[in-house]
Ligand binder design. Structure first.
Ligand code: AMP
Length: 125
C-alpha cells in the first residue's frame, strides 16, 4: 500500500528496524549518515537501496529538513556506491518514489539504484 508522505515519521517502519539492527540486511555501504543495502525483491541485477540514517519520511521531508551535511553525505555516498558497483561505465538509474502517486511503500526516505542490464524506458506508458 502506498504511504501518505505528509504523515509524521513512523519508527515502526521496516527501514527503521534495519537501522536499529532489529531486521537483517545485506549491507553495501555504511557511514555516519548513510546505509545502503540490497533490495529484498530485486528488479534488476543490481538493486540497491540507499537511505539516510536520520528520520525522514520521503524525499520531500529529506530535501526540506535534513542538514546540508546529511544531504551532502547522502549524495556523495550514492556516487561512491555506484562507482564501487562498477556501474558508471554501463550506466544506472536512480529512483525515489514519493507518496501515493509515486508508489512509495516504505515511509523512510530511500533511493533505488538500479543497474546491471539495460533498464528500458523510464516509465511504462
Ligand atoms: P518503495 O516502493 O519505493 O517504498 O520501495 C520499497 C522497497 O523496499 C521495495 O523495493 C522492497 O522490495 C524493499 N524492501 C522492503 N522490505 C525490505 C527489506 N526488509 N530489506 C530490503 N528491502 C526491502
Amino acid at each position: 500500500m502506498p504511504i501518505d508522505a505528509t504523515r509524521p515519521y513512523d519508527d515502526d517502519n521496516i527501514f527503521a528496524k534495519i537501522l536499529r539492527r532489529e531486521v537483517p540486511c545485506r549491507t553495501v555501504f555504511e557511514d555516519d549518515h548513510v546505509l545502503a543495502f540490497h533490495d529484498i525483491n530485486p528488479l534488476a541485477p543490481n538493486h540497491i537501496l540507499v537511505i539516510p540514517k536520520g528520520r525522514y519520511v520521503s524525499w520531500d521531508d529529506f530535501s526540506s529538513t535534513a542538514s546540508d551535511e546529511e544531504i551532502a553525505a547522502f549524495v556523495r555516498a550514492v556516487g561512491v556506491i555506484a562507482r564501487e558497483a562498477g556501474l558508471v561505465e554501463p550506466g544506472y538509474r536512480l529512483l525515489a518514489n514519493v507518496g501515493a502517486d509515486g508508489g512509495q511503500e516504505v515511509p523512510h526516505f530511500h533511493l533505488h539504484l538500479f543497474g546491471g542490464r539495460g533498464l528500458g524506458p523510464m516509465l511504462a506508458r
